[in-house]
Design a protein. Structure first.
Lengths: 339, 325
């Protein structure tokens, strides 16, 4: 097997709030294989966006990458000098933000913003950059006649497409997409995801797709990394993750979303409770308080992320019993009693 | 693009405002105590002479008729006849207006260029010692009365150090071939320095604080973060995307500042004996020279209204969301 394009190893990222150090991502570990779409999934505050932004090293003023490595095409993003990191930005690692409206500068035409990055970062001449902007718009399915528009003249879907065009401008190796379709209605969501999928295949891109929506993961991701309270709890190919999850959180997450493929019972079962306070994380497994299968060991000893089957990583003490737990997890009653 | 219609509407609105100002001015001077002619009529005049004068100025006519005549004259560009100078008001105003405009705009431009740059810089250096030290100083300059600041500058730079002249626009006995030659002479500029500096110090706080706080907000916007993620240079991030967006409300404040400045001029022109409209206005009111005071008021109102129109136009040019809505 080829070496992965990106290999995140034991990365911890903390926010300093007053005197407190809030560890939003702790010991995260996952790989992004060349030419695949990897989903980074979890609920709000689980650290997925912090993790994604850390890959560009443009993080909040009070955030700091405290430990770990992010091996990207032979370089460690964490230890690169600012100058080398900046040369990596957008040329090799591009970003698609959640809110394309706010990520486009309102006072410049969309064309200018694409040309800007092509000239400043890609070294293209003005006329070459303009030609490339037309190509990019055609590629993402927007009429190039709209290039001279201002961002506010675009619809939500068009803005998101423009953001994709912008991300692909310099033919990056890796595209980090932070909830790229969350703000859109389901029909446009599907169009954008299809577009992204076909462009990814065509260009041989690697994509990290940050989302809280497990149906997006099911639709587009080759591999999926599940995060909970700053930790990676499960990481494997998407089909296995959805059919034979090993971690109780993944099982619960599946119950909490409508199934796209079967009519099902139509009853959604939420996971009771809320994630722990990251300023003061509990000992043991962070999911223990909400887990219907938690044992005394879970509340004391923290489970490590281990490779349970080839390519299937999980951090759960009871992973060996997963088959039985999965059956139990299908009963709605199982989740109601969790404290 | 139909950008002409809003412009037309805006111009009509401002014409309406101007008409209201004109009307208020007309009524205001007629409500003031004492006869408008008190300053003009010598007590030694005979009864017939006095009545002849009142007829001559049209003051025997009913108010509505006077108002009508006044409007018609204004449309013809006639502002009346100064009691004190025994000369047309318009002539006097045209003589003084350039001095006021030069003082106002030179001080405002200095204040805004400095304020915008310093504001953006302080926002960039947020939380640093420089910022902590600079903010109280800026607030102090905002709190100082202009006349006091003017007197302090006069005391230091004119009376003690003798670097700058104490008042007026030129040294006694100097002659210039044209107004242009006067305004570009070193003599005029050294006379301009202190009053200009006074007004500039007084006015730089507004654009500075406004720019700083806008900049702090804009730098948190997603598009600025994205500019960083794109790996653009700090110049592009801070100036092209940050400052360019933060500038919008500052531009509007410029037009408002012109209004304030003309009001500030009344005080500063008096302190520095600067022969401008503001000082003339004070003198005219004191001397009950109503036509002249009325004309000076009107001229100031016209400048303020015109600046508002210019700010509107500039804003549509700077913010595409307005012109392309």
């Amino acid at each position: 097997m080829d070496a992965p394009l990106l290999s995140v190893k034991d990365v911890s990222i903390a926010y300093k709030v007053g005197a407190l150090d809030i560890v939003a991502v702790s010991n995260a570990r996952f790989d992004v294989p060349q030419g695949s779409i990897v989903g980074l999934v979890g609920e709000s505050g689980c650290g997925k966006t912090t993790m994604a932004r850390a890959l560009t090293r443009v993080i909040a003023d009070n955030a700091r990458i405290k430990a770990g490595q992010m091996q990207f095409a032979g370089q460690d993003i964490v230890s690169l000098s600012e100058k080398d990191m900046n040369s990596l930005r957008w040329r090799d690692i591009a970003f698609i933000p959640q809110s394309a409206m706010n990520s486009l500068d309102p006072v410049y035409r969309v064309e200018y913003q694409i040309v800007e990055v092509l000239r400043d970062r890609g070294g293209l001449s003005k006329s070459a950059a303009r030609k490339r902007a037309v190509e990019l718009f055609e590629m993402v399915g927007i009429d190039p006649g709209r290039l001279r528009d201002f961002p506010h003249q675009f619809s939500g879907g068009m803005r998101q497409r423009a953001a994709i065009a912008l991300a692909l401008a310099l033919e990056p190796k890796l595209v980090v997409a932070d909830e790229p379709v969350t703000a859109l209605d389901v029909i446009i969501q599907r169009q954008i995801l299809d577009q992204l999928r076909s462009l990814q295949r065509e260009l041989g891109l690697s994509v990290i797709m940050v989302t809280h929506d497990i149906s997006v993961v099911a639709y587009i991701c080759d591999r999926t990394v599940v995060m909970y309270a700053g930790k990676v709890v499960e990481d494997c190919d998407t089909a296995t993750l959805l059919n034979e999850p090993l971690h109780p959180y993944t099982m619960g997450l599946k119950n909490a979303f409508p199934d796209l493929h079967s009519a099902g019972t139509g009853i959604l079962t939420p996971i009771a409770g809320s994630p722990p306070d990251l300023a003061n994380p509990p000992p043991g497994c962070r999911f223990a308080a909400r887990c219907p299968f938690a044992t005394d060991q879970c509340r004391v000893e923290e489970p490590m992320l281990t490779e349970d089957a080839p390519g299937h990583f999980v951090a759960c003490h009871r992973a060996v019993e997963a088959a039985a737990l999965r059956e139990e997890a299908k009963q709605p009653g199982t989740w109601g009693t969790a404290a | 693009m139909n950008s002409l219609k809003p412009l037309l509407i805006r111009t009509l609105q401002l014409a309406l405002v101007l008409w209201a100002v004109v009307t208020i001015l007309f009524l205001m001077f007629r409500l003031m105590p004492g006869s408008p002619l008190a300053a003009y009529i010598d007590p030694t005049f005979t009864e017939e002479q006095q009545e002849a004068l009142i007829r001559q100025f049209g003051l025997d006519k009913p108010l509505w008729q006077q108002y009508f005549t006044y409007l018609v004259n204004l449309l013809k560009g006639e502002l009346g006849y100064s009691f004190r100078y025994r000369a047309p008001v318009a002539e006097r105003i045209w003589l003084l207006l350039p001095n006021t405009l030069i003082l106002t705009f030179s001080s405002l431009i200095v204040a805004y260029v400095f304020g915008i740059l310093a504001g953006a810089w302080l926002a960039w250096r947020r939380g640093s010692r420089v910022e902590v030290a600079a903010l109280p100083v800026v607030l102090a300059t905002r709190a100082m009365p202009e006349f006091w600041l003017g007197m302090v500058l006069l005391a230091i730079f004119s009376f003690s150090l003798g670097w700058f002249p104490a008042g007026g626009t030129r040294s006694a006995g100097t002659e210039y071939s044209s107004l242009w030659a006067l305004y570009t002479s070193a003599d005029f500029l050294s006379h301009l320095a202190l009053p200009m500096l006074t007004l500039a110090i007084y006015s730089q706080g507004l654009p500075l604080l406004l720019m700083r706080s806008n900049m702090l907000d804009v730098m948190k916007e997603d598009f600025v973060t994205m500019a960083k993620v794109k790996g653009l240079s700090s110049y592009a991030v801070v100036v092209r995307h940050g400052a360019r967006n933060a500038l919008l409300p500052v531009v509007t404040s410029f037009a408002i500042a012109v209004g304030y400045q003309l009001q500030g001029n009344v005080v500063v022109e008096s302190v520095f004996s600067w022969p401008g409209l503001g000082r003339e206005l004070v003198a005219a009111v004191l001397a009950s020279d109503y036509p002249l005071a009325q004309g000076a008021f009107l001229m100031i109102a016209i400048v303020v209204i015109a600046m508002n129109l210019i700010a509107d136009l500039l804003y549509t040019f700077l913010d595409p969301r307005i012109s392309h809505a």
